[in-house]
Design a protein around this ligand. Structure first.
Ligand code: ADP
Ligand code: GLC
Length: 504
């Protein structure tokens, strides 16, 4: 099969969250089964800057209409293997007026959405649709086009009006981002009029690129079985529950759990951590060395002197260390954490590390608390791939109290690193973490801690439970080991996608 995989971010080229991890590893997993996969991505400045010029080859050029202007899109091909971690050929859609900018794929440097995101991803999707129809002179006709989230949702809508088109699969990674724009964008992009209706891209008078993907794709998938059920209810669907219920009734909505890239997120081979370890070998000592390294590094970053750090290190190594890595947005339950943090610091021996960026109010609240408790919690506000790995390796437990979580990757990384996660029972968290109840501990199936109500009280009592178990070394080690033995690789999920690609 030939598979065109379109996405707005892919590790290691560009990443803001889990979509990049999935787009970096699922295509490789598909290629592993001898399918021909091409990854297509906007040629953002950050991507082009890090690629050596000679690794890129211009393979096509096409005209595409934007809002009242015409763009010349150059398609650059990056060969598989040209950059470590890039295992399939990548097509980069180069339209400098839209993508040659600072900031991240969606946000300007001041943290606000780019004012023209509708045009940027509308135009990108138009180009992907042309590539999918093999109309750019590349002589590569995909059998399947796999698109992801609202940024590429329009591709399915554009293909739905074609005859002799490839099959379309749309994966929803997060319903919270609907890609809603005014009707004027639809008109300016000169999209087919037939798409403007209830069964098309129209959503309460707006133009929704998420709806385009949900309603016009042959298959809709989402990244965990539980989230596939949740999004049929208004609480999780942001007004799209009708569309999703319809697709589910047609048997076209399916949950496929994400995998994790075992070459990247694996404490046995991870080059970003201080000491490598495995479930069998040196897990306890390995984690302890990583813990010391992480605390020293973060305490220094937080302004503590070397002498002060050395004075406390032995105590810090004894005390439980709770880690958090993630986008600082309400989705991740960071507000709940902030509510209970002072009490937990005052009432328990636990110390905390936070690595994240997002809403300024959450960033500032974490910084303030770190100043108030300089010997109990350390924060890094920003994005650091290295620190993300080091927290997984060095923390004793991982906090992920998301209000909703389509899949979540960090809890799976935590399991793999012997860092039992503490999670709210939702989406992929519910599908991947087994609560440490007495029964599950006895049965040897427990892997972490689960709470069922997204409240500060439930979070706090679950944390207290986790801290209690941490003190029982043998039980704790059993919990760690069971987590580390879980298989969350891509194999099973890639096979499920492949089965969908061929099913009518
Ligand atoms: P989401 O996609 O909703 O952000 P996931 O758990 O699926 O959540 O994936 C998040 C990914 O982004 C993980 O690989 C995580 O390590 C990474 N990540 C999030 N915030 C940061 C940060 N500040 N620094 C480094 N990595 C981060
Ligand atoms: C989204 C979701 C996250 C998921 C990721 C990859 O960003 O918030 O839960 O793991 O996509 O699918």
């Amino acid at each position: 099969m030939k598979i065109l995989f379109a996405t707005s971010e892919a590790h290691p080229l560009i990443k803001t969250g889990g979509l990049a991890d999935v787009s970096g590893s699922l295509p490789s997993a598909l290629a592993h089964y001898k399918h021909k996969v091409r990854l297509v991505l906007p040629a953002y400045r950050a991507v082009m800057e890090r690629l050596p010029e000679k690794s890129l080859k211009q393979v096509a050029k096409l005209s595409v209409g934007g809002c009242g202007r015409e763009f010349e899109a150059v398609i650059w091909q990056l060969k598989a293997g040209a950059v470590p971690g890039v295992d399939v050929p990548v097509w980069l859609v180069d339209i400098p007026a839209l993508f040659d900018r600072p900031g991240n794929p969606y946000l300007a440097e001041d943290g606000a959405d780019w004012w023209d995101n509708g045009e940027r991803f509308g135009v990108f999707s138009k180009v992907v649709a042309e590539l999918a129809m093999d109309r750019a002179g590349l002589q590569w006709q995909p059998d399947v086009v796999h698109v992801n989230d609202w940024q590429t949702g329009l591709v399915s809508a554009l293909l739905s009006v074609e005859t002799q088109r490839p099959k379309t699969v749309f994966t929803v990674h997060n319903m919270a981002y609907p890609g809603n724009f005014p009707h004027s964008l639809f008109a300016q992009l000169q999209l087919p009029e037939s798409l403007w209706n209830l069964d098309g891209v129209e959503f309460w008078g707006h133009f929704s690129m998420l709806k385009a993907g949900l309603i016009c794709s042959d298959w809709v998938t989402t990244v965990s079985p539980t989230y596939a059920k949740e999004i049929c209810y208004p609480e999780y669907a942001y007004g799209f529950e009708g569309v999703l219920q319809k697709r589910a009734a047609e048997g076209r909505l399916i949950g496929i759990l994400n995998g994790i890239d075992e070459h990247i997120w694996n404490p046995e081979v991870d080059e970003l951590i201080h000491s490598r370890y495995s479930a069998e070998k040196g897990r306890v000592a390995g984690k302890q060395r990583n813990k010391a390294f992480l605390i020293e590094e973060l305490a220094l970053l937080n302004g503590l002197s070397e002498t002060r750090i050395q004075g406390h290190l032995a105590d810090w190594l004894q005390a439980p260390l709770i880690g958090f890595v993630g986008r600082l947005v309400e989705q991740k339950g960071i507000d709940l954490v902030l509510e209970v943090l002072p009490e937990l610091i005052e009432q328990t021996p636990a110390n905390f590390v936070f690595v994240g960026s997002g809403h300024k109010s959450f960033e500032n609240a974490l910084r303030d608390l770190a100043q108030r408790y300089p010997e109990r919690m350390w924060v890094y506000i920003g994005y650091s791939e290295t620190l993300a790995h080091q927290v997984e390796a060095g923390a004793d437990m991982f906090l992920m109290p998301s209000r909703f979580e389509p899949c979540g990757l960090n809890q799976m990384y935590s399991l793999a690193y012997g860092t039992p996660p503490i999670v709210h029972h939702t989406g992929g968290l519910a599908d991947t973490v087994v609560n440490a109840t007495d029964e599950n501990m006895l049965a040897g199936t427990a892997t972490g801690f689960v709470f069922y109500d997204p409240s500060r009280f439930a979070l706090k009592s679950t944390l207290l439970h986790a801290l209690g178990l941490f003190a029982k070394k043998r039980s704790w080690q059993k919990l760690q080991k069971t987590g580390m033995q879980q298989a969350f690789g891509w194999k099973a999920s890639a096979q499920r996608y492949l089965a969908l690609y061929v099913e009518d």
